[in-house]
Design a protein around this ligand. Sequence first.
Ligand code: PAX
Length: 210
Amino acid sequence: MAMGVGPLLLVFMLGLGLTPPTLAQDSPTYKQFLNQHYDPRPSGRNSKYCEKMMERRGPSDILMALQRTHPLLLLLLLTLLGLGLIQPSYGQHAMYQRFLRQHVDLQVTSGDDRYCNVMMQRRRMTIRQCKPFNTFIHEDIGNILNICNTSNIPCKNGRMNCHEGVVQVTDCRETGGSSVPNCRYRAKSSTRRIVIACEGNPEVPVHMDK
Ligand code: PAX
């Protein structure tokens, strides 16, 4: 049953030809490149798109940490993911982080016009344009997360992932005649009903609906 060298040589040549692309596709550098520079379906080419994508795809600590992680740890991570014991979602995590940045301030219980002027700038909502309206919630994060555990109600866009609760807030509304970089706001502090959209498992807030 002697096998000629021909077939072996063919397998060897195919291996040479096929292996590099496969390795390249698995390469963390290649994946990072795709994450940072590739978007097959852009939702727009304006500043809002850039801001959103930079937030979602910007330097990812998670990705970099993964690249340094030992393969066995990665295997463990994948096993846990497979078993459904952990369910992280990078996009969702970014949306939750954005919600915290834009809508949560535990430092105070109410704010005046000056508060809005400072906070809207500090929380990066006055970079390319003055965000017209924004609510800061002054409530423990546990209380805010608990709102996600209340019954589902319809959101403005018709989705059924909204929830309501009563919290202390400062609503910041842009005043007429204000413009970048001197965005000016009128504050209204109150204890009021808010509606937030939540996603994930466990559910976390990702959008302020009312
Ligand atoms: P957003 O930009 O509307 O939504 P905001 O707080 O910055 O929120 P991208 O990828 O950017 O499109 N979204 C949802 N995700 C999950 N589930 C539901 N139901 C849902 N609805 C929207 C942030 C992201 O959440 C997505 C949405 O597509 C975004 O993802 O309010 C305008 C802004 O004013 C704030 C909230 C809005 O900014 P609008 O036009 O909806 O009335 N705002 C509004 C506020 O701060 N306080 C308020 O009381 C109200 C009414």
